[in-house]
Design a protein around this ligand. Structure first.
Ligand code: NAD
Length: 497
């Protein structure tokens, strides 16, 4: 794949995103392709090949051979290659940021931040040999028990459109440092960013076939899940698909972890700092145009927090499309988001700010845009109060007490994130202790844990056990081997000898 030349938002051709198999760019065997939209401009920026089971077969066959040599490479040497990869990613950060901005519609600063978070996950993997060793202990006279982490073989990951390089980097570095060969299926909407990541990994010394890409949609995913050569399967995407693929993989007896969608609640109580809370709520709900699984889509206003609501509305009114808020991924998503707003208004919600028909940036009139939208007096039973909208829409639900607010969060089936805004430590501890969510924030609207603290929700936001990053992520991609041995000849025997 040629270097991506854009240094502005102008429409730039990225060519065709192909499969990377055995260190070579190849078309899908069936020859099928699909257009890739630049959502900001509203015109195609390239094509992606659409793979099926034959392409997955080809990738797995190559990976099975490559994995043997990779697993036989000492972990410290694998870490050196990952370290060189990190250096190359940093050196190419501008290109990667623009590429993500173009394929996803994000602002370039958001593309950059997501690439940097991906690099942080790579750093976590590089530190594995120093941080997560096995263990050995003399458990009886002359007898040792040892725990080793061994790779699983060939493993796979499937990712969503909204963080085209960050989410894959939750998976790939930990799977690779463990000695597995990893096959990634990017979103067909955003297939380019990881193509450059894989190319740079090979430039850093990753042997061909160890980290491969199979592009496409549902047929490629199902083939990866079903292939007997794939030993573990990780997924990040919507809850509907997460449930499907998790059920399919585990029915085959496979190790699987599938992260799903979210409906995150920010609970604001009257003693919250007005300026800090409003700034944070706006950043959380409108950042990445609300297309993040950690976005605050509901603000639960406890009692009289009029000053915070007024400040949120004022700050959102001041946001400019294309400068402060990026594009929506495609026309279907624009239609879904606007329909949610229509339904909420029809159901009795108060529209404090209407982003339907907001003015697009100059030169991007054909793009996919929804402006910041704020719905007040939403109830938890309205779709806007309980379903994932995945757009720049903040629903405000009113409650009289903190316990009612916590119940709103906990009655929702999702469990990715929840946050409390208060200046009282006791109130914060009380809420955090009660929230049914895997990632909680105190005065933080996007409580994504920094590595090594791991990423992972609860309930309908995660199917399977453990988090996807951090030490849990490493354990997911490995299996423990326990070795009990006796070398020393000793007359001092115990019951174990
Ligand atoms: P999606 O579920 O539509 O697609 C995700 C992946 O699944 C893509 O690679 C796609 O090709 C594939 N896919 C789609 N339909 C499929 C099917 N029927 N069978 C098999 N595979 C299929 O999700 P999306 O629209 O790309 O991404 C947005 C969703 O991802 C949101 O719900 C968001 O909350 C979620 N997400 C969750 C997290 C998290 O950590 N929990 C992180 C990022 C995004």
């Amino acid at each position: 794949m040629p270097q991506f030349s854009a240094t502005s938002y102008d429409l730039t051709d990225a060519g065709t995103a192909q499969n990377r198999i055995g260190g070579t760019w190849v078309d899908a065997i069936g020859g099928e392709t699909m257009s890739v939209l630049n959502p900001r401009i509203g015109h195609d920026m390239g094509q992606v090949v659409m793979s099926d089971a034959n392409d997955v077969d080809a990738a797995v066959a190559v990976a099975q051979v490559a994995q043997v040599g990779w697993a036989a490479t000492p972990i410290k040497a694998r870490a050196q290659i990952l370290h060189r990869w990190r250096v190359l990613l940093e050196a190419n950060l501008d290109e990667l940021s623009w590429l993500v901005a173009h394929e996803n519609g994000k602002l370039v600063g958001e593309g950059r931040a997501s690439a940097l978070k991906g690099i942080e996950c790579l750093e976590m993997a590089i530190s594995v040999p120093n941080a997560i060793q096995g263990g050995i202990l003399e458990v009886s006279k002359g007898i040792t028990c040892q725990h080793r982490y061994e790779p699983l073989g060939v493993v796979a990951g499937v990712v969503p459109f909204n963080f085209p390089v960050m989410v894959p980097m939750w998976m790939a570095p930990l799977a690779l440092i463990a000695g597995n060969a990893f096959i990634l299926k990017p979103s067909e909407k955003t297939p380019f960013g990881m193509s450059r990541f894989v190319e740079l990994a090979e430039e850093a010394g990753m042997p061909p076939g160890v980290f491969q890409l199979v592009q496409g949609g549902r047929p490629a995913v199902e083939a990866l899940v079903d292939h007997p050569g794939i030993k573990a399967f990780a997924f990040v995407g919507s809850t509907r698909v997460a449930k499907l693929v998790y059920g399919r993989a585990t029915a085959l007896g496979k190790r699987a972890l599938a992260l799903g969608g979210a409906k995150n609640h920010l609970v604001v109580v009257p003693d919250a700092d007005v300026e800090m809370t409003a700034t944070n709520v706006v950043a959380s709900s409108m950042g990445s145009a609300g297309q993040r699984c950690m976005a605050a889509s509901v603000m639960v206003a406890v009692g009289d927090v009029t000053a915070v609501v007024d400040a949120v509305v004022a700050k959102c009114k001041a946001l400019t499309l294309g400068v402060d808020v990026g594009a929506i991924v495609d026309p279907a998503a624009v239609a879904r988001i606007t329909q949610h707003i229509d339904f909420a208004v029809a159901a009795g919600a108060t529209l404090l700010l209407d982003g339907r028909n907001a003015t697009p940036p100059a030169g991007a009139e054909d793009g996919c845009w929804v402006g910041p939208t704020i719905l007040d007096n939403v109830t938890p039973d309205m779709p806007a109060g309980c379903e994932e909208i995945f757009g720049p829409v903040l629903s405000i639900i009113r409650t009289d007490t903190l316990d009612e607010a916590i119940a709103v969060e906990n009655d929702n089936p999702y469990g990715n994130a929840a946050a409390i805004y208060t200046s009282n430590g006791g109130t914060a501890e009380y809420a955090i202790g009660k929230f049914e969510a895997g990632m909680c924030g105190v005065n933080i609207g996007v409580p994504v844990p920094r590595e090594p603290f791991a990423f992972g929700g609860w309930n309908d936001s995660r199917f399977g056990h453990g988090d996807i990053t951090g030490a849990d992520g490493y354990r997911f991609w490995t299996r423990g081997k326990k070795v009990t041995g006796k070398w020393a000849l000793s007359s001092d025997n115990t019951w174990m000898s």
